[in-house]
Design a protein around this ligand. Sequence first.
Ligand SMILES: Nc1ncnc2c1ncn2[C@@H]1O[C@H](COP(=O)(O)OP(=O)(O)OP(=O)(O)O)[C@@H](O)[C@H]1O
Ligand SMILES: [Mg+2]
Length: 286
Amino acid sequence: MGTRIIAIANQKGGVGKTTTTVNLAACLTVLKKNVLLIDLDPQANATSGVGLEKTPEMSIYKALLEDGRARDVIQATEYKRLDMIASELDLAGAEVDIARTDNYLHRLRNALADLKNAGLYDFILIDCPPSLGILTMNALTAAHSVLIPIQCEYYALEGLTIMTEIIRKLHQSGANPELDIEGIVMTMYDMRTNLSQAVVQEVSQHFGDKIYETLIPRTVRLSEAPSFGKPIIAYDSRSTGAVAYLQLAKEVIARCKAEDARAAAEESASTPPPAPALSPEVSSGV
Ligand SMILES: Nc1ncnc2c1ncn2[C@@H]1O[C@H](COP(=O)(O)OP(=O)(O)OP(=O)(O)O)[C@@H](O)[C@H]1O
Ligand SMILES: [Mg+2]
């Protein structure tokens, strides 16, 4: 498996994008994957969520606008196998600056190109802001796929429809013809309410197998962990939130493996069988 770049996006605010990005990233490292977490949101919640400070010289802003190389702004976190490119407030103004540059949709894709080729990471996860502005579009242009967190509440489908429309446009315009939905994760699931169950059922009707079987429960521990600058697996590894995100990480890995296997099968089906080898008698000239 090469480096898989996944954007975690939903234009709706507060649906669990950052919670999912940080905790999925941390759980993937527990499963021995090397992960780079990129905070593309000026709110910088993912940055503080793994205990890093916002530092202007070491943020994604620099890679998007100045030297154009993501590699130069990577920071190690206190967690093994987890590296990060932080965000900072200036990123809010960056949209305007990026819009003035050439290739403004491809800034992130270009900044990540050499990292991707180097294959240092199994996963690059990008936490997107709650909008469909230039920053999110850069993430969607750079990514192989988009993972969409959906909060279990009314209007969940509305957000999904907008996301699928954007993906269609990115295909049509040629900006990212390969972009796929990695999966849909239902967040803040409350077993006790009929509403949560109804929302999951409704989303399943439209997006069937795209939905992960793992449902992320609504738990206080998940909302507490960021104030300690820790992913849930470090804050309370036995909590239901930690167990759920670990389960989600396993599903993500399993889907990637299945997709790799499918791609390999398709490739071998489309390549003609090799010509029969010469028999020893013929090749030795006897
Ligand atoms: N499963 C959960 N259980 C309880 N609280 C949660 C859960 N997931 C997220 N939260 C809380 O809900 C709030 C919104 O979550 P989060 O910041 O992850 O959403 P977001 O989509 O990244 O928001 P934004 O659109 O502002 O970037 C946060 O306070 C977070 O701690
Ligand atoms: Mg967020």
